[in-house]
Ligand binder design. Structure first.
Ligand code: ZN
Ligand code: ZN
Length: 659
């Protein structure tokens, strides 16, 4: 094997070294110019403006930020600072406690710019684990020491340093971190930077550990790219679904049921409209809907395996009877220990369902099934409960009580590919209606820890791939990301602000039919095991609503909007006519409200605008004389006066759910 060569030297030899080259990519791995590779390796050059290059810039900027923080706040301890989707963060234990203020962030940014401007090289150094331990122990960086201790003994560790010029002997400004890289060649490769926010974060994400201060920032190779990104962030704040939920009076939360949404009348309308839209599609696509219980004997979840693997996410229920039973003395007449008491309670307490699949298995297994019934597509809009830890709930996007447009397809192995193709068509049709058309599909394949034979995995992965190919859709693989029982499809949907959300799902599951011993009688008269596909188009309605509200900025289309129009009068002289128009529209089944208050028209329009009705009808004396309505469309602007019937036709068309 030839000697390994420094990447910078390799690029130099090939005449590929340029100012904007920050790394190479080989075998999916990003390797920086400081590292060594086999000289015969095949690679692509990674430039600052490439997606991978931006990540190298971001992580390098995180080092510079930590350097600046320690310069400005001596005694502050560092932990980790990875690049993330939109930027980077670094977690600190601030000297003297407390958090970082906006002023602090501005100062840190300023110091970061100075460090960037000083244009010193990043340097990589390999040292032994013990030397690294000694170094960081001496520096008093106890979090780093903990990280190094978790690295197996005898392994080499890489350090990255910056802050010292090549010719300088003075290590005063040098900053060092234990890190695998990759990093840019020099600090001057770093471009535009902005620190965006501070949040508390527990060390290693565990609430029993010390609370650290996480500074978030972002970095881009150019100021223009950064500005564009910051504009999108501002827009995202303005469109935050939690803010829109309040403005549009859609939902609320209360401590009596933490992280469980209360849908207010307008929000309940949207929720129900989504359900009925989906129901309509179900009847066109051969699905049957069922209604199943909310709470189950724990036996069910022992059979499904949830009680073993999903315990900590389940809500349990006990009744007085159960409590009495558990308290009762045991056979020998002696009192039970507390542990026995709790155990008996735990063994017998009912559980709120965290998913619908087990009850669908119960229905399937309740009687003999024939191959003629397959595929059986069974849908359920039951409410589900999953306990999520306090820190992760976020408006409607992560809640503890929710509803999925959940359905399971019981079918033969041979039918899987076809069912995938059909589902994909349905999925794309639905997302088109919501103007979400940028969808990345990933086929998540067998993980390391799994059940089932390799032949079964070969078969199921092939079936999913075949389904995708038949649908003519591009996809990429997510190796190792499948569930432990089967492969799945992930859908990453991009919204108007270029953010990507994972919505909907399609999972192949041979496991539950096995656990519930489900069979059907085949054409050969023998019993066979069906497979089960878990699928959802929206995913959870709550999360979908949060994404869609932000995607459309609260401008819900007329078929979905809680109120389709508002009637405003120019003055109280037009009130009678206004009431007449309101009554006639409502009689036609439209959702319309009105503002007949004595406020000035300007104020009424401003108030109405917040509610984002698709239409405002502004009625004055001319309208009442001519029997017209003056229409202002939220999306198309002023439409002018039109006969009442014309508006009815217009709203009738737009107000119908898409089909
Ligand atoms: Zn690093
Ligand atoms: Zn399921």
């Amino acid at each position: 094997m030839p000697d390994r060569i420094n990447v910078r030297t390799l690029l130099e030899q090939k005449g590929q070294l340029a100012d904007d080259v920050v790394a190479i990519k080989t075998d999916g791995k990003i390797i920086d110019l400081h590292s060594f590779v086999d000289p015969t390796t095949t690679y692509e050059v990674v430039r600052a403006t490439d997606k991978d290059g931006i990540q190298v810039i971001r992580h390098s900027t995180a080092h510079v930020m930590a350097d600046a923080v320690q310069k400005l706040f001596p005694g502050t301890k560092v932990t980790i600072g990875p690049a993330i989707e939109d930027g980077f963060y670094y977690d600190f234990e601030k000297a003297g406690g407390g958090s970082f203020s906006d002023d602090d962030l501005a100062k840190i940014e300023k110091t970061m710019r100075e460090i960037v401007k000083s244009n010193t090289p990043f340097r990589k150094e390999m040292i032994s684990r013990n030397d690294a331990l000694a170094l960081f122990e001496k520096m008093g960086e106890n979090f780093k020491v903990e990280i190094i201790k978790s690295i197996p003994e005898g392994e080499e560790i890489s350090l990255y340093r910056h802050g010292k010029h090549e010719k300088s002997q003075d290590p005063k400004n040098e900053w060092v971190d234990v890190c695998e890289g990759p990093h840019v060649p020099r600090t001057s490769n770093l471009g535009a930077v902005k620190l965006t926010s501070v949040a508390g974060a527990y060390w290693r994400g565990d609430e029993r550990n010390p609370m650290l201060q996480r500074i978030y920032g972002t970095a881009f190779p150019t100021q223009e790219l950064l500005d564009e990104h910051l504009k999108l962030i501002e827009e995202a704040k303005a469109r935050d679904h939690r803010k829109l939920g309040k403005e549009l009076d859609l939902f609320m939360f209360d401590q009596v049921a933490p992280a469980m949404p209360f849908f207010l009348p307008r929000g309940a309308h949207v929720y129900n409209a989504l359900v009925s839209y989906m129901r309509d599609l179900y009847s066109k696509n051969g699905y049957d809907e069922v209604i199943t219980p909310q709470a189950f004997d724990p036996k069910l979840f022992r059979t499904s395996g949830h009680l073993g693997n999903y315990n900590e996410n389940m809500y349990r229920l006990w009744t007085e009877d159960l409590l009495e039973d558990a308290k009762a003395t045991d056979k020998s007449g002696s009192n039970k220990s507390e542990i026995d008491f709790i155990k008996q309670l735990q063994d017998n307490s009912f559980a709120l369902k965290p998913m619908n699949c087990p009850s669908h298995c119960v229905i399937f297994g309740a009687r003999r099934r024939s191959y003629r019934e397959l595929p059986w597509r069974v849908a359920d809009f039951g409410r589900l409960h999953r306990y999520e830890r306090g820190g992760v709930v976020h408006g409607l996007s992560r809640v503890r009580s929710f509803c999925q447009d959940d359905a399971h397809i019981f079918c033969t192995k041979e039918q899987v590919a076809d069912e995938i193709t059909k589902f994909l068509k349905l999925f794309y049709d639905v997302y088109k209606v919501f103007d979400l058309t940028k969808i990345d599909i990933r086929l998540a394949t067998r993980p390391e820890k799994r059940i089932g034979s390799d032949e079964d995995w070969d078969m199921s992965e092939r079936a999913l791939q075949e389904g995708l190919e038949k649908a003519g859709l591009p996809f990429t693989f997510s190796p190792g990301e499948g569930a432990f029982y089967g492969p799945k499809l992930e859908f990453h949907v991009q919204d108007a602000l270029k953010r990507s959300w994972q919505l909907g799902t399609m999972q192949y599951d041979p496991n539950l039919p096995e656990r519930f011993d489900l069979t059907y009688v085949g054409e050969d008269g023998k019993e066979h095991r069906p497979v089960m596909l878990h699928r959802a188009v929206f995913g959870t309605l709550e999360r979908f609503m949060s994404v869609y509200l932000e995607h459309c900025g609260g401008n819900l289309p007329a078929w979905l909007a809680p109120m389709q129009a508002i009637v405003l009068t120019v003055s109280d002289k037009s009130e009678d006519y206004g009431r007449d128009v309101l009554a006639r529209l409502r009689a036609k089944g439209f959702r319309v409200e009105a503002d007949f208050s004595g406020d000035k028209l300007g104020a009424k329009i401003r108030n109405a605008r917040i509610m984002r009705h698709p239409y405002m009808l502004i009625l004055g004396p001319k309208d009442s004389e001519a029997g017209t309505v003056s229409v202002r469309s939220r999306d198309k602007g002023e439409l002018g006066a039109m006969p009442f019937d014309q508006f009815v036709t217009l709203l009738g068309d737009e107000g119908r759910p898409p089909s």
